[in-house]
Structure formats: C-alpha cells, structure tokens
Ligand binder design. Structure first.
Ligand SMILES: NC(=O)c1ccc[n+]([C@@H]2O[C@H](COP(=O)([O-])OP(=O)(O)OC[C@H]3O[C@@H](n4cnc5c(N)ncnc54)[C@H](O)[C@@H]3O)[C@@H](O)[C@H]2O)c1
Ligand SMILES: O=C(O)C(=O)C[C@]1(C(=O)O)C=C[C@@H](O)C=C1
Length: 302
C-alpha cells in the first residue's frame, strides 16, 4: 500500500522538484501539490507541469495533505513551518530534506509544536538549483537518513521511510546530533574546502590569470563543480551546523599542518603512506558499489 495519497512539497527547487518528478514516476496515483515563496518558481512549476496543483499560498497548499515535505534552505525551515501552522491537518505528517538536522528540528518544533514531524535527509544532490534542475532518478541507490527525535511515532517513521524507498533511496535512521557530526565531515567540510580552494585560486591573479580557466580540466575542475553549489543553501548549512563543522575543521587544520611539515622536511614516506591509505579508501568505496551508479552523474546535468 502507498504510504501517502496527497503530498505537498514546499519549496520547488532542485530537491522539491526531484521529489515531485520521482512521485510521478514511482507513485503516479499520488496527488502532488506544490508551493514556493518565489512567484517566478511557481510560474515555472506550472509551465513545466511539475505538480498536479501549484498553490498561491503555503496555507492553501497543505489543506488536505497527508504528507508535507519542507524543501527550503535550512535557514528558512522555521518560517516555512510557521506559514502552514494554521492550515495543517491534525493527522498530517510533516517532514523535511534539510542537510543539517539539529537546528531544523528545533525550528520546526517551535513553529509546529503539536505536529508529527519526521525529519529526513536525502544524501543526494548536485551543484544546480531551481525547479528545472531536478530529475526523478536523483535518489536512486542513494541514502536517505531519517533522524526521528526521541519519542517519534514508529508508524510515522515507517511511512516516511517507505516513501523514500519508493523514490529509489536506501533508508537508514540516525540520531540527529550524530547525523550532524557525520555530515560535517562527509559533506560540509568538503564543500568548505572546495569554496576555499577556488576562492584562493581566483585571488592569486598574478599566478593564475586566465590559466585557472585554461587548465581547469584537471583536479581543479572537480572543485569548481562543488564550489558552484547554491550560496544560500550552503551559507545556511554552515551557520546551522556551526559546532560540528568547526570541530571537524579544527581536526582538518591539524592534519593539513602535519602534511605541510612533511612536505617542508622532505618526509616522502609520510606522504606516500597517507596517499596509499586514501587510495585504498576510494577503492573500497567502489568495491562496495557505493560510488554513484549513474555514469553521467555531474556531467549531463551541468
Ligand atoms: N542541493 C543539494 O545538493 C541538496 C541535497 C540534499 C538536501 N538538500 C537540502 O534541500 C533543501 C532545498 O535545497 P535545494 O537544493 O532544493 O534548493 P533550491 O535553491 O533549488 O530550492 C529551494 C527553494 O525554496 C524556496 N523557498 C525559500 N524559502 C521558502 C519559504 N519560506 N517557503 C517556500 N519556499 C521557499 C526558494 O524560492 C527555492 O525555490 C535545503 O534544505 C538543502 O539543505 C540539498
Ligand atoms: O554531489 C553534490 O553536488 C552534492 O553536493 C550533494 C550533497 C553531498 O555533499 O553529497 C550535498 C549536500 C546534501 O545535503 C547532500 C548531498
């Protein structure tokens, strides 16, 4: 049986529009209503026939929903939740897709103290944003981490889990604080490094000038893809997951300093040992089939 019959998506950008497309593909009988605070996004959603209905206000979009998914930047989750407070049906489940969980749970709970809120994070995305950037297969073979706060209704957790499985994801559950520490190192820190390295290269104009663009087919190109990610989304992630990110950044800075010392003193064995260890990690990811299954990932959606 389908876990939900009427789904409302608030925020019709990359993730919201991918969910809408995924529902069309995998659960075609489910009715999808969308809403976005930006009128031009709503107009695009209508033009590309993204949802069954695009509402004019957040309140009207949720009136008969049995699942409401907040797909807005993490810093806007509280405001989006407050906008639906007066119209949310008592038996609806509210979920979200935010990249950090602790602060989102706090903000949504404050706005919707009586709602059943089951937070989720699909660990899948691209550097692109907006309603035309989404695609139905985004979640295929990717993790979706559900982070139910203590005391969550287990049937509600199972319904949200089943929803994500039907979109093609593999579901895991995690305590919200643990999620935020894990993602700080696997997702947030890599983005911070990419933003930094591309910024540093562009600041070094006397060295780079046009060369940054000219020779960017190598390793630098991969960093520029990540560094093209949405500024609003990532500003909000770093501010909302501040403590975990600062903690991981401290560890990273110490390791970088050790590498700097190894290079300065010509300690080739130290460099070789680290690079061999990291190569083995990459190979084990591929052996376990955890690398992205889509051969064109990150290329055809540019
Ligand atoms: N992009 C990724 O790779 C990725 C992956 C997983 C999770 N996420 C999370 O998903 C969420 C959405 O990210 P995205 O990439 O889809 O962003 P996006 O910029 O493509 O879309 C966000 C949309 O939310 C709308 N919006 C903002 N405030 C709103 C409000 N108060 N009410 C209604 N609509 C509002 C914006 O107009 C925009 O259209 C974020 O919380 C992000 O952390 C992103
Ligand atoms: O592949 C990318 O472009 C992404 O940045 C996706 C990515 C990630 O770091 O893996 C980014 C943020 C999300 O919360 C989940 C996925």
């Amino acid at each position: 049986m389908l876990p939900f019959a009427r789904v409302t998506i608030l925020g019709l950008g990359l993730i919201g529009s991918s969910i809408a497309r995924g529902i069309r593909q995998h659960m075609p009988s489910v009715r999808v209503t969308g809403y976005d605070a930006d009128p031009s996004v709503r107009a695009t959603a209508v033009a590309i026939d993204l949802c069954d209905d695009v509402a004019d206000s957040a309140g009207t979009s949720v009136i008969d929903a049995d699942l409401v998914i907040l797909c807005v930047p993490v810093g806007a989750m509280g405001a989006a939740a407050a906008d639906i407070a007066a119209d949310l049906p008592a038996d609806a489940i509210v979920s979200d897709v935010g990249s950090s969980k602790g602060s989102v749970i706090e903000a949504v709970r404050a706005a919707l103290p009586d709602a059943t809120f089951i937070p989720a994070h699909p660990v899948a995305g691209t550097e692109n944003s907006g309603p035309t950037a989404g695609f139905a297969s985004l979640f295929h073979h990717r993790w979706c981490i559900i982070t139910p706060p203590e005391g969550s209704d287990s049937l509600a957790v199972e319904r949200v889990s089943e929803f994500w499985r039907r979109l093609g994801a593999t579901v895991d559950t995690m305590e919200p604080g643990h999620h935020d520490r894990v993602l700080a190192v696997t997702s947030h820190l890599p983005h911070l490094i990419a933003y930094t390295i591309v910024g540093t290269a562009s600041d070094l104009e006397e060295v780079t000038q046009s060369e940054v663009i000219k020779y960017s087919a190598g390793g630098f190109r991969d960093f520029t893809r990540i560094a093209a990610s949405d500024p609003t989304m990532w500003r909000d992630i770093f501010l909302s997951n501040r403590e975990a990110v600062l903690d991981m950044l401290q560890r990273f800075t110490e390791d970088l300093t050790a590498l700097q010392r190894a290079i300065r003193w010509g300690k080739g064995d130290e460099l070789f040992e680290l690079f061999s260890r990291t190569r083995a990690i990459r190979r084990s990811i591929i052996d376990q089939g955890q690398d992205d299954a889509r051969p064109d990932f990150g290329r055809s959606h540019e």
